[in-house]
Design a protein around this ligand. Structure first.
Ligand SMILES: [Zn+2]
Length: 61
């Protein structure tokens, strides 16, 4: 049974952040690292992960 989830991906896109491609472990690990950095108040870390994620999207997707 499908449950309603907050639209994390859409919110991320609207705020200008790249989101994970479904089924890609590399995307997922970067998104998890970004979330962890943000939860620690490490905004330069968040920015770095976004740069890595965009670069990964270019080369891998
Ligand atoms: Zn990916």
């Amino acid at each position: 049974m499908e449950t309603q989830k907050p639209q994390d991906h859409r919110l991320a896109e609207l705020s200008g952040e790249p989101s994970a491609k479904p089924g890609c472990a590399d995307c997922l690990s970067l998104v998890v690292a970004r979330r962890s950095a943000r939860s620690h108040g490490n905004y330069s870390g968040v920015s770095d992960r976004n740069v890595e994620l965009r670069r990964h999207h270019v080369v891998a997707h």
